[in-house]
Design a protein around this ligand. Structure first.
Ligand code: XLS
Ligand code: NI
Ligand code: NI
Length: 437
């Protein structure tokens, strides 16, 4: 036992002072006709929960993630499985997400790595059967190994491209073996630092080819879930090709991949792209491409992907508002792509992080449901466009008016009335009164 200081974390309500209890996440509570656990399929990110040990560019690890076994061994890989399943069970987290190399130490020869992956996935599968915990999505890490210094699908080296393909194939095999609902492409090194050495069109077309091959292979082995692109504008590259939701959607459509792919929207990546979380969710949702969510939070004062456990209740509320209005996540979930701050280096801190994140999204869900029931925001937006419901506006929507007709309409009026007020401050006060009233 690695988390022997807790049993199953209970829901005790907002007034509880017990640090190891949920204040808002009450799995069985019905919200808008569904239990919270179904609205919020939470997932543990293997790499953060079981891997991230506080190493940063300036310092060594601060947290012990050995779980009692020597680093770089299969014993350690199995200890991580044991610790991860114990943690998920105690928190009531029903899903996990993984990269291939989160699961086992990578060997020099890919064949050896693949053997290790076969072993560990047998071990994981047994745990899944025992606990009922499931796989949300899998992915291949195509950014850490030095061979990916120029990218994976965007590499200038055909050999590197083949190694990327081999990793994707294996990660798809694992995802199918573990019953994963999604397969993610996060293009960390798919981008460029200078145009002086880069053929952007060539690189993007090659990425699309690799994705097409992945889809063909995945479908051929029975993968029925979603392929997902996780947009991020920069870091580690200066320019990353999957800049934001709109860019990724355009890419998928251009290359005929839009039937198989959706998007995995990460809160922190939205901020790096100069948007906010809800903008990215809306763009994905209105294009029918809201697949899954990487639930974390950035720091407005820092320009990088800090992957914090989310605590901003406004953001979570407006996120859940978008998700509820989009009809929920079908194959997706809320993956805590989040890690403890470097000085929060105990096992208790890991549990605090998840409790915080799960409570924040539960609070967001409860608030978003209240906003929907209140209906003032929705009604306002609907009314705002009412001039298109009748007369010339209706003709525009029906497609029965020409530019000439509209011009005649305007010229007949001579002068234009001002449109109705946006009433932003009023709407913000509605938001506050619903949240805190
Ligand atoms: C990095 C990404 C990464 C993906 C999975 O910024 O968020 O963690 O989610 O490769
Ligand atoms: Ni992510
Ligand atoms: Ni990220």
């Amino acid at each position: 036992m690695y988390f022997d200081f807790i049993n199953k974390v209970p829901y005790e309500g907002a007034k509880s002072k017990n640090p190891f209890s949920f204040k808002f996440y009450n799995a069985d509570q019905i919200v808008l006709g569904k239990p919270m656990r179904e609205h919020l399929p939470f997932a543990m990110a293997w790499w953060h929960a079981l891997g991230a040990d506080g190493v940063d560019m300036f310092g060594k690890s601060t947290a012990d993630k050995s779980f009692g076994a020597p680093a770089g061994t299969m014993e350690h890989a199995r200890a991580k499985v044991n610790a991860g399943f114990e943690l998920m069970q105690k928190l009531g987290i029903e899903y996990f997400c993984f990269h291939d190399v989160d699961l086992v130490p990578e060997a020099a020869d890919i064949n050896e790595t693949n053997d290790r992956l076969d072993q560990i996935s047998d071990y994981i599968l047994a745990k899944m059967r025992e606990t009922g915990i499931r796989c949300l999505w899998g992915t291949a890490n195509m950014f850490s190994n030095p061979r990916y210094m120029n990218g994976a699908g965007s590499s200038n080296s055909a050999q590197v491209y083949c190694f990327a393909a081999a990793q994707i194939k294996k990660a798809l095999d694992l995802t199918v073996k573990l019953g994963g609902r999604g397969y993610v492409f996060w293009g960390g090194r798919e981008g460029y630092d200078t145009l002086l050495n880069t053929d952007v069109r060539f690189e993007q077309e090659n990425i699309a080819r690799l994705m097409r091959m992945a889809v063909d292979y995945g479908r051929s082995i029975g993968f029925q879930g979603d392929f997902l692109i996780e947009p991020k504008p920069k870091e580690p590259m200066k320019h990353q090709y999957d800049f934001d939701a709109a860019t990724a959607i355009g890419f998928l459509r251009e290359h005929g991949l839009d039937q198989d792919f959706k998007l995995n929207i990460e809160a922190n990546h939205a901020i790096l792209a100069g948007h906010d979380f809800r903008h990215e969710l809306r763009i994905a949702a209105m294009n029918g491409m809201l697949g899954s969510i990487d639930a974390n939070q950035g720091d407005m004062l820092l320009g990088w992907d800090t992957d914090e456990f989310p605590f901003n209740a406004y953001d979570a509320t407006l996120c859940m508002y978008e998700v509820l209005k989009a009809g929920g996540l079908k194959n997706g979930g809320f993956n805590f792509d989040a890690k403890n701050r470097r000085p929060s280096n105990t096992r208790e801190d890991i549990v605090h992080g998840f409790i915080l994140g799960m409570d924040t999204f539960a609070l967001g869900l409860l608030n978003a449901a209240k906003l929907i029931e209140d209906n003032r925001l929705d009604a306002f937006v609907k009314e705002r466009y009412a001039s298109f419901n009748t007369g010339i506006g209706k003709k525009i929507l029906d497609g029965t008016a020409t530019l000439q007709d509209l011009s005649e309409h305007a010229c007949r009026l001579g002068q234009c009335e001002m449109p109705s007020s946006g009433n932003q401050e009023y709407l913000e006060s509605v938001l506050n009164s619903v949240l805190f009233g």
